[in-house]
Design a protein around this ligand. Structure first.
Ligand code: ZN
Length: 61
């Protein structure tokens, strides 16, 4: 019988997710589209305009 230890860490599947990304080059701000309620949200960090993009992120349950 094979004996190996399984890590207790759960693997979170990654999915393509629509996000809003800050358009400022100096800012790393972004948020999940599903978490934003405004049609055109402002960056929470620097108040710049945000642009939609798709990122591969851990799936939210
Ligand atoms: Zn920003």
């Amino acid at each position: 019988m094979m004996s190996f230890s399984r890590r207790p860490k759960e693997e979170v599947p990654e999915v393509e997710t629509n996000v809003w990304s800050c358009t400022s080059d100096d800012c790393q701000g972004w948020m999940r589209e599903s978490y934003s309620f405004a049609a055109e949200p402002k960056c929470p960090l620097c108040q710049s305009a945000m642009a939609q993009e798709v990122r591969v992120l851990p799936e939210m349950k």
